[in-house]
Design a binder for this molecule. Structure first.
Ligand SMILES: C[S@@+](CC[C@H](N)C(=O)[O-])C[C@H]1O[C@@H](n2cnc3c(N)ncnc32)[C@H](O)[C@@H]1O
Length: 259
């Protein structure tokens, strides 16, 4: 949970996952500065030398201030909501992983009045994101493009997404801390185990729950309440099946409570 005074701003972080071309990284830095953003994180980027600097033009400060990390976990640390971007629509590929897909305008509407840190994630120039990476995002957005050629250049996609979000101001609805949201997802996965949810449906259902909760933009209090309910129902089920009582009795310090 975030502590101390509430920061009511909405911070937007751009994360480039394994960008391959210096020119794109420089152009992304430039687009960020054009729309007033500076929080750039690069996961395992290509070499960043002359071409990246040249393309960044007057946004050299954004490029040079970029945080370089080697894992996605580090890239999104401290972010409350992870929004992945893709040009590949599941309607064409038939993959449930890319659903539901929002436009940036729809995301903008959802974020109105919220405060917190949003990580906007952009994939590799050749392969975008792996399915496992996509599964970890709270929401997915796409820039609607021609069906004939929907995949945009990385830096063009960043520029349009930032243009659509620019001017969004923070508000009095704090987004739940990303870490707490991950704990909630973990509890839901445990609950699916606990209720013997059919194994062949578990992954899809777990992803569906993440997407529902991700797009809901939950507040810290809502996440705590949901976690509390799930923990309590898990405990009840364990007590009903005798598992928890047995575990406690195995702990010598608590035997007297049960005799
Ligand atoms: C050149 S594209 C990657 C194309 C890759 N073949 C794929 O399977 O996604 C690089 C990145 O730009 C972003 N991108 C490209 N087209 C987009 C679109 N129409 N809407 C949103 N993001 C897009 C995504 O982050 C994508 O991972």
């Amino acid at each position: 949970m975030r502590s101390g005074l509430r920061n009511l701003s909405l911070n937007i972080r751009v994360v480039l996952v394994e960008p391959m071309y210096q020119g794109n990284v420089g152009s992304v830095a430039r687009a960020m500065k054009n729309f007033g953003y500076s929080d750039l994180v690069l996961m395992n980027p290509c070499e960043l030398e002359g071409q990246a600097r040249a393309m960044s033009s007057h946004a050299r400060d954004v490029l040079e201030g970029a945080r370089i990390v080697s894992t996605l976990e580090e890239a999104v640390k401290g972010a409350d909501l992870l929004i992945g971007t893709t040009g590949v629509s599941s309607l064409k590929t038939g993959e449930h992983i890319r659903l539901p897909l929002y436009t940036v305008k729809e995301v903008r509407e959802k974020l109105k009045g919220c405060s917190g840190t949003i990580a906007l994630l952009f994939g590799r120039e050749d392969n975008g994101f792996s399915n496992d990476e996509l599964k970890g995002f709270d929401m997915l957005v796409t820039v609607p493009t021609s069906e004939i050629y929907p995949i945009m250049n990385l830096s063009h996609a960043v520029a349009i997404v930032l243009y659509e979000l620019s001017g969004l101001e923070g508000g009095s609805n704090p987004l739940a801390d990303g870490f707490d949201l991950q704990l909630l997802y973990g509890h839901l996965d445990e609950l699916l185990e606990e209720i013997d949810y059919p194994a062949h449906k578990k992954d899809k259902t777990s992803l569906m729950l993440r997407r529902i909760l991700g797009r809901a933009g939950l507040t810290p209090r809502e996440v705590q309440t949901l976690r509390g309910i799930i923990r309590k129902s898990e405990r009840k089920m364990r007590l009903a099946s005798g598992v928890e009582t047995l575990q406690k009795i195995e702990d010598p310090g608590s035997i007297e409570k049960f005799i």
